[in-house]
Design a binder for this molecule. Structure first.
Ligand code: HSE
Length: 397
């Protein structure tokens, strides 16, 4: 019998307990032994099927030599960070879905795990149930990764889909996403692009091998997005999606950011709806590879956690591939990127042409919407100072 502990019994923690119980046979067949949740760390005791396993004393996990893997689903940094360090110090493997902790302290926790001959695995921290970190670091290991981009937040994609397809109000769509267990405890992190920002940091860390500091990554969510722009974009053959992007720059630097983009209907990412996420990875040998699946929710996220638990138990004694350097130099402002821009302005086409030269007109219906040629972010910002800008977004090239 292999015993594990879960820290935190929210959406993902509950999902982990369910997957371990419901898929017990498949898991046992693969591990050669049954897997059992021995202890669950909670802040407050509550009645239910796991009542007997609950403790509010972390030492009962830390000091229990029978517990080989700890699944951290507390979320946030403070308690999660301290307990993760202590569990690794005690020689236990730690698995997590906690993107904030991995984005901020992953490098250090991986080093600690290595010192202790343990694993720190976090497949569930990006893309929920989609396998993305393992393929990126293992299956695509022979590539130079030039870019990673994708729809990385299920809540905002769900809200956008509901608003655009059924005319739902933002607040109603958000409430539905919360009821389905997609949203963060504080949904500001979802709608302001912070959750997607943490995920693109982790993807960039692994893709480029250097720490990307979340404080340096511009993050814009969907709260300022207007349905007017969605309609104009759709008429011109584009969809608007919230993307996280990490790009290797021609001069050798790297950049990352989160923002709504116009995406051509020809790009399969444009058709990704509801809670689904999709991540596109551009390798110099593979070209574009796309990963698609449910990006949030109890069971998809738990599936990734339990697979990591099984991997910890099978790896001997730990995996080598995953990790990145503390070095942050080489991170550049995303305004360095050259791309086409979408603008909606209060003004005329003449105003648009004065600022940007030739533009592609999308609408002249009282206000003016247009696409620029490929320009740098600095130029876009500089020239837009002469205009009364109502909306501005990058176009994914
Ligand atoms: N709140 C996150 C989302 C959960 O909506 O994508 C999964 O990380």
């Amino acid at each position: 019998m292999i015993q594990i502990a879960i820290m935190g019994l929210g959406t993902v923690g509950t999902g982990v307990a369910k997957v371990v119980a419901e898929n017990a046979k498949q898991i046992e067949r693969k591990l050669g032994e049954p897997l059992q949740v021995k202890r669950i760390l909670v802040r407050r005791f509550k009645d239910g099927p796991y009542r007997q396993l609950m403790t509010d004393d972390f030492k009962r996990i830390e000091e229990d030599d029978d517990i080989r893997v700890v699944v951290e689903t507390i979320g946030g940094v403070e308690a999660a960070y301290e307990y993760t360090k202590r569990a690794l110090m005690a020689g236990k493997h730690v698995v997590t879905a906690n993107k904030q902790l991995v984005a901020e302290h992953g490098c250090e926790l991986l080093e600690l795990a290595k010192k202790k001959n343990a694993n720190y695995l976090f497949e569930a921290s990006v893309g929920g149930g989609i396998p993305i970190l393992h393929p990126l670091t293992q299956c695509m290991a022979a590539n130079r990764i030039d870019e990673v981009y994708g729809i990385l937040n299920g809540t905002t994609n769900y809200i956008l889909t509901r608003m655009v397809r059924t005319g739902a109000f933002f607040s109603d769509a958000l409430r539905e996403a919360q009821a389905k267990g997609y949203a963060e405890a504080d949904p500001t992190a979802d709608v302001e692009g912070i959750d997607a920002g943490r995920k693109i940091c982790i993807l960039a860390d692994l893709a480029f091998g250097h720490q990307v500091d979340p404080d340096k990554v511009p993050m814009e969510g969907i709260t300022k997005l207007s349905l007017r722009d969605v309609k104009i974009a759709e008429r011109a053959g584009y969809r608007i999606k919230l993307l996280g992007r990490a790009v290797r720059l021609p001069g050798g630097g790297r950049t990352a950011y989160v923002a709504p983009h116009l995406i051509s209907e020809d790009n399969p990412i444009s058709g990704v709806e509801d809670v689904f996420n999709a991540v596109m990875v551009k390798g110099n040998a593979t070209g574009e590879v796309m990963f698609y699946g449910k990006g949030a929710g109890e069971l998809p996220t738990a599936s990734a956690c339990v697979a990591d638990v099984m991997e910890c138990l099978q790896a001997s004694p730990r995996r080598e591939e995953i990790g990145w350097s503390h070095e942050t130099a080489g991170f550049e402002d995303p305004l360095e990127l050259h791309t086409r821009y979408y603008f909606r302005i209060e003004g005329s086409l003449t105003d648009a042409a004065m600022a940007f030269g030739q533009v592609e007109v999308l609408s002249e219906d009282g206000e003016t919407a247009f696409l620029t040629d490929r320009i740098s972010g600095q130029d876009a910002m500089q020239q837009s100072k002469f205009l009364n800008v109502l909306a501005c977004m990058r176009v994914l090239a």
